[in-house]
Design a protein around this ligand. Structure first.
Ligand code: FAD
Length: 449
């Protein structure tokens, strides 16, 4: 493509001009680049006539895709109703109804199928490539990008970006609207700029966004596990997991149900990660020190109902020791024995001679166990950032900035994040698709002039 030679004095005249520069070679940046380039080709623009270039800070593109889903890449989730899909996003939620009506999990599956990758669904709804190998997704995206004429550089990030004069920035299509500087000091004029730099917890990523006039919801981690120090109820039980447990933070509207896993340092598992996602901001405000109520028997269990169950045990198995005869098959034996011990029940207690106060103590321990969380660890399987570019400043039909024409955002840089299960990649595909489609229209319109 020909370099533009803008007249405006604020526009440097000796830099290469790009139709589209993308900061960040992750899932969102790649998906946007491919969508845009494929749409331009489909509308008849010749590959030599447009320039779509990705700049990736690190030495590899799609680094998180590689490590995602334990190396298998949980691409999306089998949920085809946009209104249900949005309920998995603590940040984004209702604002995502429109975007998911345009591009949702079903579209992701179709897109990958059309590009030669079959996905499979696991019992819990998570979707993976049939190869169980994240490299399949990387190969698919890089091949599609190359085929569509997208170019990329690794080891080269964007160190700064500025909007050019208001006259340039309001012109449609053909005039460059931004000047970008790469980490190795090269300058480019760009007509359209997409920021897809992922979570905004690093200062450099924040600066890039703020220099372009956008405010950020303060970034804090989401999807973390809980530290519970020196609690004899959990000591040495790491690896034990209970399927239908429930957790809540007393005094806050935060609760979650699902598997809870005991770790070396406290608690993890889907219910804990869900709670951490919904409470990401509130728990950060408390500096990750808060009380936790844990029901090993699920959200509906009450001490009264548990005591009734104990009565039946007294009647049916009165001579059996409490420690060796658990009425709850869902509880691993070692955990049952530990909770029995910690309730003050000894080997001499059988069901028929269990004192009322000890029975109550055990019933409480089973369904209202009080724990103290004193910190967090990042979940190694998946973590994301809560916070990012404010959604009210972005048109979510196109992912274009409402403050800077020609500037777009996609992926985790936006104030959107989901719980585990493929929802975070789905948000990257959706916003990447919307941005890429709108960018193709913007770039194509420049060529039509
Ligand atoms: C260990 C782990 C496992 C995960 N597994 C899953 C999973 O299985 N399923 C799921 O749905 N989600 C998963 N996630 C979350 C998912 O990876 C992210 O939500 C998703 O990658 C976001 O895509 P993105 O393109 O917005 O950002 P990223 O994938 O983070 O990509 C952004 C890219 O921008 C680059 N960059 C940053 N600043 C600059 C700059 N100034 N210039 C140029 N480049 C820059 C970064 O190096 C990075 O490569 C996982 C996350 C982690 C950490």
């Amino acid at each position: 493509m020909a370099d533009a030679s803008p007249e405006s004095s604020s526009v440097p005249s000796n830099s290469e001009t790009l139709d589209l520069a993308i900061a960040g070679g992750g899932a969102a940046g790649f998906f946007a680049a491919i969508t845009c380039a494929e749409a331009l080709l489909a509308s008849g623009v010749q590959p030599e006539n447009f320039s779509v270039r990705l700049f990736e800070n690190s030495s590899h593109v799609l680094g998180k895709v590689k490590i995602s889903g334990g190396g298998r890449c949980n691409v999306t989730h089998a949920c085809t109703d946009p209104r249900t899909l949005v309920t998995h996003y603590p940040r984004g939620e209702r604002s995502l109804i429109g975007p998911f009506h345009r591009f949702q999990a079903e579209d992701t599956v179709r897109w990958f199928e059309d590009h030669g990758v079959a996905l499979k669904t696991e019992a819990d709804g998570r979707m993976f490539p049939v190869t169980d190998d994240s490299q399949t997704i990387i190969d698919c995206l890089t091949t599609a990008a190359r085929k569509a004429g997208v170019s990329w550089e690794t080891g080269t990030g964007l160190s700064s970006a500025r909007s050019l004069s208001p006259a340039a920035s309001s012109s449609p299509g053909s005039e460059p609207r931004f000047e970008i500087v790469t980490t190795d000091g090269r300058r480019y004029l760009v007509r359209h700029l997409l920021i897809a730099t992922g979570g905004t917890r690093s200062g450099a990523a924040r600066k890039l966004v703020e220099d372009l006039g956008h405010a950020l919801e303060p970034p804090v981690p989401s999807l973390f596990t809980f530290h519970i120090a020196d609690d004899p109820r959990l000591h040495d039980l790491q690896g034990i997991s209970v399927e239908g447990a429930a957790v809540r933070v007393p005094g806050a509207k935060l609760s979650a149900t699902g598997p809870v896993l005991i770790t070396h340092w406290g608690l993890s598992g889907p219910a804990i990660l869900r709670l951490s996602a919904w409470g990401a901001r509130e728990l950060a405000d408390r500096d990750y020190h808060f009380p936790l109520e844990l029901s090993w028997l699920g959200p509906d269990a009450t001490p009264e109902a548990v005591l009734d169950r104990f009565q039946k045990e007294r009647h049916d198995h009165g001579a059996r020791s409490v420690a060796t005869r658990s009425p709850f098959t869902s509880l691993p034996k070692r955990l049952w024995v530990r909770l029995v011990e910690q309730s003050g029940i000894t080997d001499t207690h059988n069901w028929s001679n269990l004192p009322k106060n000890l029975a109550s103590s055990l019933a409480n321990e089973l369904c209202r166990g009080a724990y103290t969380v004193s910190g967090k660890s990042l979940n190694k399987e998946e973590f994301v950032t809560c916070g990012g570019v404010r959604l009210k400043d972005v048109n979510l039909k196109t992912c274009e900035s409402k403050l800077q024409p020609g500037l777009y955002f996609a992926g985790e840089v936006l104030d959107i994040d989901g719980i585990t299960g493929g929802f975070n990649f789905q948000a990257a595909w959706t916003t990447g698709h919307l941005a890429g489609t709108a960018l193709a229209e913007g770039i194509g319109c420049g060529y039509a002039e």
